[in-house]
Design a protein around this ligand. Structure first.
Ligand SMILES: [Zn+2]
Length: 293
């Protein structure tokens, strides 16, 4: 009886890697038929992720496209997967992960991916996918990935606890001081009032985070390594980090440009002192004083 029922009903598409390869074949044939063959493409479901929907990379003469494992769930519309495959295929076309000639210096700048998708008749799929994501992704992710989030917040709590010994120690540099210093720096480099707009906060750095500061684009927060709250680290090191990002975020990421702007603002010596300190002392300081070891 069961067999008859199964044969008569439309089988639900079961989304495994073979199914994914089928989607890729169809999308290539319909929308990318004119694109030269670069490396042969493997496509697979990767790990579950909140923000990363797909990726493309090349290894040993083959292309690997990874699709968010959460998209294997039938609750996610096929359009979301198709749009993600289309996105990665646009990168492939532009010479990213494909061995084909690079058409653009950067993969996303100037909306080149969106333009490619529109040109290839994938604007509608992209639109449907985007609408679904806006309306449902947050809740969908929460419902499927409680375990990840719970583990993450437990880790975060432990780190905050261990960092509090340094950050809440009497006499430590405060976030308030960072804000005041940032304000001064912005004036000094001639930024107009209110630009660039970003928050500054301490980073509960993991032992692997070796940098002195990190820019969190999504949250628009500059985080300085928590050890910089320790006053044994000279003020000029902190000032340099703030100046570096203040200039970088309003002008350019090129070190040459940043350096020139610093010299123009009378911070040339400060920059060389800070860089020298980092070269000579940072690694050892971090090793001795990191709270998470
Ligand atoms: Zn991309």
């Amino acid at each position: 009886m069961e067999q008859i029922a199964a044969a008569n009903s439309e089988p639900l598409p079961f989304r495994d890697n073979a199914w994914l390869a089928g989607r890729l074949t169809e999308i290539r044939a319909v929308h990318f038929a004119d694109v030269r063959n670069g490396y042969p493409i493997d496509i697979r479901f990767g790990t579950r992720a909140r923000y990363r929907f797909g990726s493309i990379s090349a290894r040993n003469g083959r292309t690997l496209i990874l699709i968010n494992a959460l998209f294997s769930d039938p609750a996610v519309p096929v359009a979301v997967i198709d749009a993600t495959i289309g996105h990665e295929m646009a990168h492939y076309t532009h010479g990213y992960g494909s061995g084909l000639p690079r058409l653009y210096a950067e993969p996303h700048r100037g909306g080149v991916v969106e333009k490619e998708l529109a040109r290839r008749g994938l604007a509608q799929v992209e639109h449907v996918s985007e609408e679904w994501r806006k309306a449902n992704w947050e809740a969908f992710y929460e419902s499927r990935c409680q375990d990840i989030e719970t583990r993450k917040s437990a880790r975060t709590d432990i780190a905050a606890d261990q960092w509090s010994g340094i950050l809440l120690k009497p006499g430590a540099r405060t976030e308030e001081e960072l804000r005041i210093q940032l304000h001064k720096t912005l004036k000094r480099i001639g930024a107009r009032a209110g630009e660039p707009v970003f928050e500054v906060a301490w980073l509960h750095a993991t032992p692997r985070q070796a940098g002195l500061s990190y820019w969190y684009h999504r949250e628009k927060v500059l985080r300085l390594h928590g050890l910089l709250a320790d006053r044994r680290i000279p003020d000029f090191v902190v000032e340099f980090e703030l100046a570096y990002w203040a200039i970088r975020l309003r002008t350019s990421s090129s070190w040459e440009v940043i350096q020139r702007a610093m010299v123009a603002a009378g911070m040339g010596a400060l920059a060389s002192n800070a860089l020298a300190w980092r070269r000579k002392s940072w690694t050892a300081f971090k090793k001795r004083n990191h709270p998470l070891r």
